[in-house]
Design a protein around this ligand. Sequence first.
Ligand SMILES: [Zn+2]
Length: 292
Amino acid sequence: MLCSNCFESEYHNAHISQEIVVNGAKLIIPDVECNQCPNCRDIILTHSQSLEFDRKRILLEFGEKELLTSQKLKLVRSILGLTLEDMSELLHIGKNTYGRWERDESPITYSMNLLVHNLIDRYPIAKNNLITSVRDKLLRECLVYLDEKNISLGHYMHKTIDKLHLHLDTIVIAASTDIDTLKKILFIQVKPEVCDPLATVKIAKFFQLSFENLVELLKASAHVFRMSSEISFVHTRKSDYSSEMLERQQKNISEVLEKAFMNEADLGAANLISEQYLARLKKCFADLEESA
Ligand SMILES: [Zn+2]
């Protein structure tokens, strides 16, 4: 395209450093892709170049804020208890535009991403659930619960979830698992060995547990599961876990069992988890460590 400034030359693709002013201070944005006239140095940006420039400018101005995925946007809204209408009003945008981001039909814009982050920053519970660095730090603080005698993985998770007000979806998203698997482990609905080792390891990693921590917790879970299967009324529970009441009841039962169990003597020699399963867990743990 012919330069619209000097009419002497065609625009060429170029990479330049652009100066911007933030709060009175001059900052340089390096490596801005643009189209430049070699003759008069006039610059024009295509639509995608201008979006990229905007992104770099926002990053420089406000620091790196992870781009919120559709899942995370849904989670933000659910944690803050807002409807689609509330959220779009709050952001001063159309409900359809916001809806498209949640449905993953288009990515959230950088400026709106920043606005939602500002919202998250104001609510500790939202922060605990959505900001990885904040969450990981708090999760590591919960590792003191490991000192409790005979604590099971399910009980450890319950305590941590309650303490940090974690949303189950947060764990599902971060550990890339599904809600059913998570609940099986959390409520000790099945023998630990029945759970996919990779899913178990991913959840353990979310909770910042080491392999050794995980093994100890799972051994305790296996004991709790055995105890629960010895109690007949637990067996009569329905397989429909969707009801909230049923879930609470289940949680209560497992808590009573946990308490009884934790007061018991040592776990004893009986190892309720096979060496094969432990080996599979260990492999998954090492594989994930490597890919990280
Ligand atoms: Zn020119």
